[in-house]
Design a protein around this ligand. Structure first.
Ligand code: BEZ
Length: 290
């Protein structure tokens, strides 16, 4: 049976590049997890993908996500391959390594269980290879999103981070994220949320005027995004208290105005691939999706 969104992902045990793995134990009760399948060891696109995942691992960790990869070769083969990936330049810093587990699925038991086989791509023995599948699993072990690519197309792991951001934000607030959304950009109020509730939970929102006259396109600021605190109150007071404070005042004034007008937040939001502060999920509103 293929896994559907919302299904609890089954537990499994297998060998891996870091030894025997028990999926549920490895992920624990509080983490999300990302499971990425790969066609085969010692292949070009897979090497770039696994290196890139190693480079982005801190960003997944900041989102409370454990990363696991899967390839239909032995753990021994994975460990040899990792040396190549580490040397490939795709891991970022020269000291970075593929530290997350690469699951060994020589018999394709997991690939079959998770529906990851690509009938179009065969190995030299004629066996189907795994496609480039991504399973995004939440902290209740529920499958929240899948992405399926053919062997010939490498994945964009920034997109996977973006999907995790969207899922974690929309779990917390009555919002949905629009096309190409990135953290800090405007979000849509979900259709089932009454205006009065949106106002209380999200604050001011705008309604986009459309020819039908229907008020369904409601936009609010990203409720999970905290604008970087460029100027902390104590800092400003300290600076203004010094003899240089008065000279700095015009510059500081401009900075404060830019800050207040959202210049900082919008410039952060549009710097697409730069790291941004993570959502603050501790700010719970007691909101339940309806
Ligand atoms: C690759 O990872 O480069 C690859 C694997 C199988 C088919 C095509 C490309």
């Amino acid at each position: 049976m293929p896994l559907n969104l919302g299904d609890v992902v089954p537990d499994f045990s297998c060998d891996s590049s870091v030894g025997q793995i028990h999926y549920y134990d490895y992920v624990g009760d509080e983490h999300w997890s990302i499971l990425c399948s790969h066609p085969s060891d010692f292949t070009p696109v897979c090497s770039t993908e696994l290196g890139t995942l190693a480079k982005l691992l801190p960003q997944f960790e900041r989102r409370n996500c454990k990363v696991l990869a899967l390839s239909c070769d032995s753990a021994e083969s994975h460990r040899k391959w990792i040396k190549d990936i580490d040397a490939s330049g795709y891991c970022g810093k020269s000291t970075s390594t593929v530290s997350y587990p690469i699951l060994a699925d020589e018999e394709r038991a997991l690939a079959v269980k998770f529906g990851m086989l690509d009938p179009e791509e065969k190995d030299e023995k004629g066996q189907p290879l795994t496609c480039r599948a991504v399973f995004i699993v939440d902290d209740h072990k529920k499958l929240r999103a899948t992405i399926l690519y053919p062997a010939t197309t490498g994945r964009n792991f920034y997109e996977i981070l973006r999907v995790v951001d969207s899922l974690q934000l929309t779990d917390e607030y009555p919002v949905a994220t629009p096309a190409n959304w990135e953290r800090g950009e405007k979000v849509c109020v979900t259709p089932s949320t009454p205006d009065e509730v949106a106002q209380v939970v999200l604050g001011d929102f705008s309604v986009v005027k459309v020819p039908s006259g229907k008020k369904y396109l409601r936009l609010s600021k990203d409720p999970g995004y905290k604008t970087p605190k460029v100027l902390k109150r104590g800092m400003v007071e300290t600076i203004l208290g010094t003899e240089y404070g008065a000279k700095l005042l015009p510059t500081l004034g401009r900075l404060v105005v830019a800050f207040a007008l959202g210049g900082f937040s919008s410039s952060f939001a549009s710097s697409k691939r730069k790291e941004k502060p993570v959502h603050t999920t501790t700010q719970t509103s007691g909101w339940k999706k309806i």
